[in-house]
Design a protein around this ligand. Structure first.
Ligand code: 5RP
Length: 246
């Protein structure tokens, strides 16, 4: 394996079958096709035992692909009720996180990701459970279409899960940090909380901002995944699925 300076990224396009790369090249791919391709590529990483499974449309494609190798695993820990339902529909056993000692891998999508593997997540509102399941997993495999790769996080509004009675206080604190929080209308998380989507943040230091926002009383967690970034990014592009590692 090649040595890489800290923060540099290794791109390895050879993990995925060559014929699929050819198919992707020849076709005018839709975003869903790219999501499907990265979801399929992630199947290569599935070990025997128990895995963690994320939430969202890309994760849904992964769950559908996982069904074909379900004999290989003992079960899955879900990051949301929606994911648990989809796993069960495919006959995949869903395990309580408290009944397992940890997972080898966690597979999930992202709303934005940088080359340093820092992410914004929570577009689907499952950020807290996603962060918990990721924390219990040795390797975070992010599956994303090419449009999610950015130089700087923040164009996608940062989701913050908040205890309902603290909503106004937290919104004022987020405004002091330079953001414009907007309550996600008609939405309650699986944990019974609300989401503030914070617009116009310039996220120069994701680790620092993740920590700062999490210290606001009433915040459950925020959608920055920088303190615990992804380990592998499977990125769907018209030239095929690219593998990036930190
Ligand atoms: C859900 C998430 C998702 O991973 C993120 O929103 C990406 O979603 P999609 O795969 O549908 O683009 O964090 O809370």
């Amino acid at each position: 394996m090649q040595q890489h300076a800290q923060g540099m990224v290794k791109i390895d396009c050879c993990r995925y079958p060559e014929q699929l790369s050819e198919i992707l090249k020849d076709r005018n791919m839709t975003q869903d096709e790219l999501k499907q391709a990265v979801a399929q590529a992630a199947i290569e990483y599935v070990p025997s035992g128990i895995i963690g499974v994320g939430t969202g449309s890309t994760a849904n494609f992964f769950i559908d692909a996982l069904a074909s190798v379900k004999h290989k695993i003992d079960g899955a820990v879900a990051s949301s009720e929606a994911t648990a339902q989809r796993l069960k529909k495919h006959g995949i056993e869903v395990l309580d996180l408290n009944s397992v000692s940890g997972m080898e891998i966690y597979v999930d999508g992202a709303d934005e990701i940088t080359r340093h593997m820092h992410m914004i997540k929570g577009g689907g509102g499952a950020l807290t459970r996603e962060k918990i399941v990721a924390a219990c997993s040795k390797k975070f495999i992010c599956i994303a279409d090419g449009g999610k790769l950015v130089d700087m996080l923040g164009k996608f509004p940062l989701p913050v899960e908040v205890i309902p009675m603290a909503r106004s206080y937290v919104a004022r604190e987020l405004t002091r940090l330079g953001g414009q929080p907007v309550l996600r209308q008609g939405f309650t998380t699986d944990n019974g909380n609300v989401i503030l989507d914070v617009h116009n943040l310039q996220i120069m230091n994701p680790v620092e901002l993740e920590t700062t926002i999490n210290q606001i009383t009433g915040v459950v967690t925020n959608g920055l995944f920088a303190c615990r970034p992804a380990d592998v990014l499977l990125l769907g592009t018209a030239d095929g699925v690219k593998t990036l590692t930190a």
